[in-house]
Ligand binder design. Structure first.
Ligand code: BES
Ligand code: MN
Ligand code: ZN
Length: 493
């Protein structure tokens, strides 16, 4: 991971291969730099060669007139639309542009952007996240890693008097991004590496490093607990299921915990209701909710958040085979409700049902689950927002706000009781699919039946993987979505 540091500098004295300077639309460049360059920067603005449009860049060689070899103008868009997310994206753009320009040392200055609304610390964290996340690479399976330009090795934040706040924001960014890297790695590993056993051993190793207690329940113990819904999905797989329990109890002794639940489906073939083969390879990302929860637990501990937090990740594959569940089969869940399995591809809700049931043991203050649950959620919202549902509006609002701050937006969908009609079964307490319409909602309505505490559900099917235009800190493959949202939520809730 790249190293971020803070230094006091006059702008004209900043030394770097690339010095990123952020400008709003119509804003003039800093005088100190412009005058050393003979008014060239302001002439670019005047001549509309650099407009300040969001994420636009213009590289200017300084020909020895500054200590920085080149200045990179980076647009922030309209001043009134500024947010931490704009800076996160612009910093990412700066970092990837500096890398393409074969720079190894970048400097930037964000001191002028802080205000009452945006503290220097928050902005440093956002900029740090944008830089680190944009430079993520997953090339460990390649004999010869691809060249993306040079390797950007260091970024210096040139500061005035906001040095301590900036340093603290960067420290948070590094801790959080390490956890996002972990979640991305877990997602990007192929299904034949990232098995339930692999997820469990990685969770144990990473938890040990930061002082989170991590226990893994084996099949025998899962059977003893009566998690028949989870085990129904695991039946078809040769890989043994695992149930990961992570506990980080750093709050008051009697404070009820916040429980995070993540879908840890390491590969989803659909089972007997098998999926079409087009893009089926993407179903290695079906454990992204679980990866986010593991990442969030690690981040919470490295940030020493003063709360009691529990993470639960049921892990299995969903495979067809001679022992696999069949449409029409029944399962008995841990809370006692029976489930008619109409479609074996609606497996996420089956494994989550028992994790949500297990969460009751903690008498939680709140439970938040994340899952790549439905294609229907992608149909509804596309890939720019996760679906958000819940039984407690205060909790839902807190999750939504945390997502907004993190640049991991969620959009609430209804959970009216009318939707329950669609999942009534004639033989069991509930069936695992509704009809054609409102599939993201009927999935959430199914999960709701296994909760009796304040609960929120985030459907990340559309946001868990895939680079997106306009989000330059998202790299190809796993997005590590949810880690930063959860960290913000845990801090504020
Ligand atoms: N893991 C999938 C959902 C998914 C689809 C995630 C596409 C990411 C991209 C989930 O297990 C699933 O298969 N859901 C079914 C539910 C249906 C059978 C009711 C779906 O969405 O088609
Ligand atoms: Mn499925
Ligand atoms: Zn799935």
């Amino acid at each position: 991971m790249i190293k971020l540091s803070v230094k006091s500098f006059k702008l004209a004295d900043v030394k770097a291969d690339v010095f990123a300077v952020f400008l709003f639309e119509g804003e003039n460049p800093p005088k100190e730099l412009d005058s050393k360059l003979g008014g060239y920067l302001s002439s670019l603005v005047k001549g509309k060669k650099f407009s300040g449009k969001k994420l636009s860049v213009r590289q200017v060689d300084t020909l020895g007139k500054l200590k920085a070899e080149c200045v990179l103008l980076v647009g922030l868009g309209k001043k009134e639309d500024f947010s931490a997310e704009v800076l996160r994206a612009a910093s990412a753009k700066a970092a990837t542009s500096a890398r393409s320009a074969r720079g190894t040392a970048m400097a930037l200055s964000i001191g002028a952007l802080s205000s009452k609304k945006h503290t220097a610390e928050d902005l440093a964290q956002a900029a740090g996240e944008g830089i680190i996340l944009s430079l993520y690479k997953f090339d460990q399976y390649k004999k010869k890693p691809e060249e993306n330009g040079a390797e950007l090795r260091s970024v210096v934040f040139a500061c005035g008097d906001e040095k301590a706040e900036t340093a603290s924001g960067l420290d948070s960014a590094e801790k959080i991004c390490r956890a996002v890297y972990l979640a991305r790695d877990l997602g990007n590993h192929p299904g034949n590496t990232a098995t339930p056993t692999f997820l469990a051993s990685n969770a144990q190793r990473e938890c040990r490093k930061v002082g989170v207690k991590c226990r893994v329940l084996e099949k025998r113990e899962i059977e003893k607990l009566g998690m028949g819904s989870f085990l129904a999905v695991a039946r078809g797989s040769a890989e043994p299921p695992k149930f990961i329990i992570m506990e980080y109890l750093n709050g008051r002794k009697n404070e009820k915990p916040i429980v995070l639940v993540g879908k840890g489906l390491t590969f989803d073939t659909g089972g007997i209701s098998i999926k079409p083969s087009g893009n089926m390879e993407d179903m290695k990302f079906d454990m992204s909710g679980g990866g986010a929860v593991i990442g969030a637990m690690v981040a919470a501990a490295s940030l020493k958040i003063k709360k009691n937090i529990v993470g639960l990740v049921p892990c299995t594959e969903n495979m067809p085979g001679g022992r696999a569940i069949k449409p029409g089969d029944l399962a008995r869940s841990m809370v006692g409700l029976t489930v008619e399995i109409i479609n074996t591809d609606a497996e996420g809700r089956l494994i989550l049902a028992d994790a949500l049931g297990y969460a009751k043991k903690y008498k939680p203050r709140a439970v938040v689950d994340l899952a790549t649950l439905t294609g229907a959620c992608m149909v509804a919202l596309g890939t720019h927002a996760s679906g958000l549902f819940g039984t407690d509006q205060k909790l839902v609002d807190a999750v939504r706000a945390a997502g907004e701050n993190a640049g991991e937006r969620c959009w609430q969908l209804p959970l009216w009781e009318e939707y329950d009609e669609q999942i009534k079964s004639s033989v069991a307490d509930v069936k695992n699919v509704g009809d054609r319409y409102g599939g993201a909602i009927t999935a959430a309505a199914f999960l709701k039946k296994f909760t009796d505490y304040p609960w929120a559900h985030i459907d990340i099917a559309g946001t868990a993987y895939g680079a997106k235009p306009g989000a330059p800190y998202l790299t190809a493959g796993s997005a590590g979505i949810g880690v930063r949202l959860l960290v913000g939520f845990l801090k504020s809730f």
